[in-house]
Design a protein around this ligand. Structure first.
Ligand SMILES: [Mg+2]
Length: 383
């Protein structure tokens, strides 16, 4: 690691003559471990390598979290009902998710990344953006990071490197698993010109469908579309942004701000529950587990929320912000039960969850402002 650290320039503003133009264009990396849960499981159960392995819960409504490549060949994919995966691939080894272990491995992985790079934006257990702008040799640094991550965790990651987060993300997705794709913006435009607009993060299925009806079926089409047309259809901000994304233009910085801001527990019931007493029992149990975990990490949050999904899949959240941060099980349970009682689900409940948000460690201000205009201290959170 030392050669990389020594090669670091003095600061973000200090670009010296010896830094090649090419390096300065490669300011951002995206690192992503493919099939993370399965990879972690295979590392502790090497005897399962080469077999179809599926990480999924066991209840009748459980979904697949991750499937190994061997299982994917049978058509098994993420978010598919586990029951369907069992039908498609009855010989697969089904493992229950072990969130605590995955978080621990993720922490080890991110610690190694941070030991090489000052600015890291973690965006998931197995995904992060890295600011490479201070590194003399971004490619060599990334190779070293991958080697260190593999040595410590046995995880194989895909990497994308580019001039911004958008290029880096699409590049890391391009050659999974174990990809290492380095692209300038122009190269990204050329390489993905024929791809559907939905390839680019920020262009969702609804937008892609509207673009399709306008005859804009590829990123090339979108990049060449008259700005005026896009502005008319999507409004000035979204319209211009769509065109910029199709051109792989992006100026979002790698920011460390996206640290853990909330923690939650939720359960999809095996069958819909209408009985308020059973809902309260479930909520009590989850609040207890959540607070035990918060306390273990010395995390305290000011906002306590519940999430309720009804049998028609409509989802409601209710939240209340406390005067002081807490991880006290009694308090969190009391507030969560009160929120449930106030909402009083009008139909049977499919999923119930509890969340504590605005987390901070003890002694550190949460930085979260209480939202104004809400005399009851109650607010709706986006789902
Ligand atoms: Mg991943």
């Amino acid at each position: 690691m030392n050669d990389v650290l020594v090669a670091r320039c003095a600061g973000r503003g200090a670009r010296f003559g010896q830094m090649s133009v090419e390096s300065s264009e490669l300011s951002t990396a995206h690192v992503d471990c493919d099939a993370f849960y399965v990879s972690v499981e295979l590392n502790r159960r090497p005897e399962l390598r080469g077999l179809p392995v599926v990480v999924a819960g066991s209840g009748p409504r459980a979904v697949v979290t991750t499937a190994s490549y061997e299982a994917r060949r049978f058509g098994v994919g993420s978010a598919m009902p586990a029951a369907r995966a069992r039908r498609l691939c009855p010989q697969a080894v089904f493992l229950p998710p072990d969130g605590a272990h995955y978080r621990e491995v993720s922490q080890r992985m991110m610690e190694i990344v941070r030991s090489h790079v000052d600015r890291v934006e973690v965006v998931g257990l197995d995904e992060a953006y890295l600011d490479l702008s201070d590194l003399y040799s971004p490619r060599a640094a990334m190779r070293r990071i991958l080697a260190d991550v593999a040595a410590a965790t046995e995880l194989v990651c895909s990497v994308g490197i580019g001039p911004n987060k958008l290029v880096a993300k699409v590049a890391s997705d391009a050659e999974k698993p174990a990809g290492f794709v380095v692209l300038t913006r122009e190269q990204a435009c050329a390489r993905f010109a024929g791809a559907a607009p939905g390839l680019v993060p920020g262009i969702g299925p609804k937008t892609a469908a509207r673009l399709d009806t306008m005859g804009l079926r590829t990123l090339r089409d979108l990049a060449r579309a008259p700005e005026q047309l896009l502005v008319e259809r999507f409004g000035p901000n979204h319209g211009r942004e769509l065109r910029r994304r199709a051109r792989f233009e992006h100026d979002g910085e790698v920011s460390e701000a996206r640290k853990v801001v909330s923690e939650s527990r939720e359960t999809t019931f095996d069958e819909d529950i209408g009985d308020p007493a059973r809902l309260r029992d479930a909520l009590r149990e989850m609040a207890g587990q959540l607070c035990a975990s918060l306390a273990a990490h010395d995390h305290h949050g000011r906002t306590i929320a519940i999430k309720v999904r009804l049998d028609d899949f409509s989802t409601v959240t209710r939240a209340r912000t406390m005067a002081a941060p807490t991880c006290d099980a009694e308090q969190v349970t009391r507030v969560a039960l009160a929120l449930l009682e106030e909402y009083s689900p009008p139909q049977p409940v499919r999923l119930l969850g509890v969340r504590v948000a605005g987390l901070a460690s003890r002694g550190v201000p949460t930085g979260g402002k209480r939202r104004g205009g809400d005399p009851a201290g109650q607010l709706e959170l986006p789902v």
